[in-house]
Design a protein around this ligand. Structure first.
Ligand SMILES: [Zn+2]
Length: 400
């Protein structure tokens, strides 16, 4: 079993050791040291990275059968002396997030009696799952207490308690399956005592800040997303960049930003309403204009019209209004990479919209279908001239 020195000192990042085994771990090069400061993935905390004799350490894990710490390497190393370096930036980040989690978890117990039932730490997120639905003011209460603990600069210590002496010791959580003769208990001053095998800061002040950034309530539980230390600082910087860009674009202050966006949205809605009213009026004139220039076959007036500035919905609206008049057949088109053709006939018309559409598509190409009153098709690239030619050709197929 590898000696795990990170348990006694989380701050050592360069050390000398001996490679006692060089092995193949699931197709990858790996080594086992007699003693290590590399943390293997476990307890919700990801592994350390770094180098051994200059070779990158890609993964660190515990071998189940003998609890040896396996260091997965980018390339092979022989047994013998080793100089190792732990990626301190990553390690310290994990120490800040993890110790912050202990404190935040205890803060939720103290303030609102909500227990943590899950913990997740990845490069992108840190979350705890609470066994209770907590509201914003309760979260603020716990967050305030957690930061008071940070600002108090309490000592964070680890002690090994023999299994037989656990009774009467105040511990927030004891793992279900205690292996070994002792239990490692991490204390943050007298604020929190919990069993844990991870790496922690030495003083709560080293966490810097604990900031909750999101809460999701679901089925009586709450997932709390938070940032500690450097991650909180980076998060603050990112939010500052965004709000500064927005306040500058909108020529407003941070405090008025939300109000400014609401006002913009209201303006936009008012303009959209106005635009819809104007479009309706315009459509009315368009209908009159198209009907006046319609081609007449007996009792049927045939309207052909193509325009790329219309949307499909607008074209449909136009067709609907045209055919509200008796004896009208409308052949409408929108040119483009995926052209659209719409044929609509007034109620009671003898003209079959599907047959007319087939005549258009016979020239234009593409596919479509519908009913005798309305048919739609196209889908092939067509410019306005070829679309007009196809519509005209179809007019000839309509007999009075
Ligand atoms: Zn821990």
């Amino acid at each position: 079993m590898t000696q795990r020195h990170y348990l006694t000192d989380s701050f050592v990042t360069r050390f000398e050791a001996t490679i006692v085994e060089s092995l193949d771990h699931e197709g990858r090069h790996a080594v086992i040291l007699d003693a290590t400061y590399f943390y293997p993935t476990g307890g919700g905390q990801p592994n350390d990275t770094g180098t051994i004799n200059g070779i990158p350490v890609l993964d660190v894990l515990t071998r189940p059968h003998d609890l040896a710490v396996v260091h997965v390497l980018k390339s092979a190393l022989p047994t013998g002396p080793a100089h190792a370096e732990v990626n301190w930036r990553r390690r310290f980040d994990h120490m800040q997030q993890h110790t912050g989690q202990h404190i935040l978890t205890q803060a939720f117990v103290t303030t609102v009696n909500a227990a943590t039932v899950g913990f997740h730490l990845s490069p992108d997120t840190v979350t705890i799952d609470l066994d209770n639905a907590v509201d914003i003011s309760q979260i603020q209460q716990a967050e305030r207490l957690a930061n008071e603990v940070v600002f108090s600069g309490l000592a964070v210590t680890a002690r090994e308690i023999p299994r037989g002496e656990l009774e009467g010791v105040r511990i927030r959580r004891i793992p279900e399956h205690v292996t070994g003769d002792t239990l490692r208990v991490i204390s943050v001053g007298d604020f929190d005592h919990t069993a844990c095998g991870g790496t922690h800061v030495a003083n709560s002040g080293q966490i810097g800040l604990i900031k909750v950034i999101r809460a999701d309530r679901k089925a009586g539980k709450t997932r709390i997303e938070f940032r500690c230390g450097t991650r909180a600082l980076e998060d603050y910087s990112q939010r500052l960049d965004i709000t500064q860009a927005l306040t500058s674009q909108l020529s407003t202050g941070l405090a008025e930003l939300a109000e400014s966006v609401t006002r913009l949205q209201d303006d936009l809605k008012a303009q959209q309403r106005q635009r819809n009213t104007l479009a309706g009026e315009l459509l009315h004139y368009k209908v009159a204009e198209l009907l006046s220039s319609a081609e007449t076959r007996g009792d049927t007036r045939i309207v052909t019209f193509a325009d790329d500035s219309y949307s499909v919905a607008e074209m449909r609206q136009l067709a609907k209004q045209l055919t509200e008049q008796p004896g009208v057949v409308a052949l409408l088109g929108i040119p483009g990479d995926r052209s659209n053709v719409l044929v609509m006939a007034s109620a009671g018309s003898a003209v079959d919209a599907r047959a007319v559409l087939d005549a258009v598509l016979g020239v234009l190409g593409g596919r479509g279908g519908g009913s005798s009153a309305m048919a739609q098709g196209g889908g092939v690239p067509a410019d306005i001239d070829s679309l007009r030619r196809a519509l005209s050709a179809a007019v000839d197929s309509i007999t009075s």
